[in-house]
Design a protein around this ligand. Sequence first.
Ligand code: WQD
Length: 336
Amino acid sequence: MNSNKRILVTGGAGYIGSHLVQLLCDQGYQVFVFDNFSLGLRENIDPRSEVIKGDILNTVDLEKAFAKNIDAVFHFAAWKAVGESMIDPGKYAVNNIYGTINLLNAMLKNGVNNFIFSSSAAVYGSPQYLPIDEKHPVNPENYYGYTKLAIEENLKWYSKLTDIKYAALRYFNATGYDINGKIKGKEKNPANLSPIVMETAAGIRDKMQVYGNDYKTADGTCIRDYIHVNDLASAHVLAMKYIIEKEENLLVNLGTGIGHSVLEVIGKAEEVTGKIISYDITERRPGDPPELVASCDLAKKLLNWEAQYSDLETIFKTMSDVYMKSVNSPPKSPSL
Ligand code: WQD
């Protein structure tokens, strides 16, 4: 495919978006980062890309972006804190649903037809069987997951009724940092396990909480499928090529097919950083299924994609490069 294509990345200053922007620039694409910088970090944007400060809720901002003769849109601009979505659903409805519809309508207006959407394993809810394949029933148990499903449903209609082709990528637990060490800005106010583990290792937090150790799993803590952000980025580029070349929509899981428990994650982070990570075992977090693991056969079959960097060792080595750089203190003594 002609890599002179002009690509718009909404949320391109965010965690996953910034990793994709770097890969697209490496591959010679012309990249336009569209971000309102509410959480995105300028320092994480590849200097080879062009930045357009704007909001997906603002049609004038979107017109500025589409004046760049865009060929394909990757859409990452969304709120993603599951807990917050249950307390403030309106915030999530406006940005994740209405904002995305706004973006799709701007694409239609400007004759842009290729859309790659950040969906989530949260569309499945509690698993009825494992590993979870794409045929698994969808039944989101939090409002965040519902917003992703609502857009998937809209995408089906938009692609039936218009020329839009889409890829919906259902991520499992995104983690890790750039394997080339180029992306160094830490996520602001992280709510996910691995950045919290690393903040604790780095002494930014004194201790962390493990939400429950009485699940029916080997060590009693929840099991998740952790996928390195560079692996996610490579799947995105393949997904774009797929929908453009095949002129077909795509819906796939992105994970590894391998689960790790919370204690396993903490143990590996301690081993890689050489720090003791103090934690308390607390109550279960409402809505946490004991185990979530993806079947990734479809992504392998359709995209010839498989995770390369998603072993816990690589995940925490790449995170250490970001989180432990400024930490020179000796290892903490274990808390009793
Ligand atoms: C992982 C495990 C927690 C924090 C959510 C979304 C999912 C996705 C990723 C994207 C769980 C435990 C966590 C802590 C802990 N998507 N944990 N202490 O809930 O699996 O998935 O984020 O946009 O769609 O649902 O991820 O990182 O919050 O938790 O013990 O301080 O770590 O209970 O078992 P989760 P997570």
